[in-house]
Design a protein around this ligand. Structure first.
Ligand SMILES: [Zn+2]
Ligand SMILES: [Zn+2]
Length: 145
């Protein structure tokens, strides 16, 4: 239990830092500001990249994102799309497109994954039959425009 004094809380509105990292601890990242949004991606690329039914991504502002320890290795998994991971433990950490406004961190790699609740399901045309969908979220067959 920790308490933020009112004056600190006011200051942190726009400059709060959130951190995350990989399973083995070699790679750490941080970003400032609040997450832009969070979504579950059910596309086949995400499924294969992490070996799971879907990936929950949290979008963060590009300018506020930084690797603070180690190095994220990138693989261009489709033209212009780069998936970043720890080359020691394989944790998926971050992904971005060449012309995207945001970086996407894997929500589960955040130190506090509860800071961003997913509001959306995308690429449900690739949904695995054994994944239950929360119908109360916005749901899209592809990626919405
Ligand atoms: Zn690692
Ligand atoms: Zn995906």
């Amino acid at each position: 239990m920790w308490v933020i004094e009112t004056s600190e809380q006011d200051m942190s509105e726009t400059s709060e830092t959130h951190e995350g990292g990989c399973l083995c601890g070699a790679v750490r990242y941080a970003f400032t500001g609040e997450p832009v949004y969070s979504a579950n991606c059910h596309c086949r690329s995400c499924q294969r990249a992490v070996g799971a039914g879907f990936v929950t991504w949290t979008a963060v502002k590009k300018e506020g994102f930084a690797v603070t320890q180690g190095e994220i290795k990138y693989c261009e998994t489709s033209p212009g799309m780069h998936r970043g991971f720890c080359d020691q433990c394989g944790s998926s950490l971050e992904g971005h497109g060449d012309d995207w406004d945001e970086n996407y961190v894997t929500s589960a790699s955040l130190d506090d994954p509860t800071i961003a609740t997913p509001t959306t399901n995308v690429f449900l045309d690739h949904q695995q039959p054994w994944v239950r969908i929360d119908e109360s979220l916005r749901c899209y067959e592809k990626f919405p425009d």
